[in-house]
Design a protein around this ligand. Sequence first.
Ligand SMILES: [Zn+2]
Length: 377
Amino acid sequence: MNHPISGYILTPQGFLWGELVLSDEGRIQSLTGDLVDESRVRDGAHTIVLPGFIDLHVHGGAGRDIMQGGDAMQVVSQLHAQHGTTALLATTMTAPTHDLEMAFCAMRDVAAQPGSKGARVLGVHLEGPYINHGKLGAQPDFARAVEVDELLRLHALFPIRLITLAPEVAGNMDLIDGLCKAGFKVQLGHSLASYEEGVQALAQGASGFTHLFNAMTGLSHRAPGLAGAALAHAQYAEIIPDLIHVHPGAIRVALRAIPSLYCVTDSTAAAGMPDGDYRLGRHTVTKCAGGVRLADGTLAGSTLTMDQALRNLVNEMGLSVSEASARVSTHAANYLGLQDRGHLSIGSWGDMVLLNRDLILTNVFVEGMSIDHPHAA
Ligand SMILES: [Zn+2]
């Protein structure tokens, strides 16, 4: 019998004042207690238990970038697990085919090794290279139209779950339907698409937007742009809530408009590291005052971690803990169709974060295993 974990436990029905027991396999075996009003949760000195964070856009952390290959994916997943992320998508950059293949081979090799104490890597978010030269953001200029052969070759090395593409790049629009039918989720981003092109891409099966507002045509009242297409039509979109990439007012607009808006970090090697220079794909970027920028000042990913994202949503934006939790975990799980992550229910994976009343992490469990004390569970 495993030790119960007790406190205010967020379940799909609301907060439970009670206990959770994990099975030997690492799944939730029992949940007992009484439902309580959320207003009580941050009153006392009791532990708050939330679903582990799910981050679908992670480039790096702890000084390492997924594109470097080697054991980068392991180091990155460990850094983010220490900040409460229990599942993530390793996110690649726009790069020549050879660089992408090297990164994918390294991910395949790392995934084959047992037990890393890191976040579970669910697969890859391919962010580029199938994007627009004119909206690279911090992506190196190896942008090109979708090449299906290349995509399938990479996918055979390590599974691709999400593809960010620019629908207006010649040939891309016509491939969206086939990519979706093949099981990939297509997100729109790094794009100069008009509102109309965005709507057409959604009709073809695209279902998400990559870091909403950043690196896409913005909303103007006579040219609503890709951001307008997202706000008018999307069920799901990513947003970076570091309060640097997007003004809090624009986050509020998105919260009102997009039912399942969810948070990503877009974190780089500089996450969890001191100020200084770091790699981002083929670029060198500089971390200073919480931002990561190219030499010309362009924002180049973030240093955000998901625990800070949760605190920003609650402390700076005024969201309830349960709503913030949905936006750092549940919606992303639902978007990917994950049945047993993103919520604390009997039978789900024991992916969870334990926090104190100030929303500071006190422990993290990945599939039932404490990352600090892997045998304590
Ligand atoms: Zn990007």
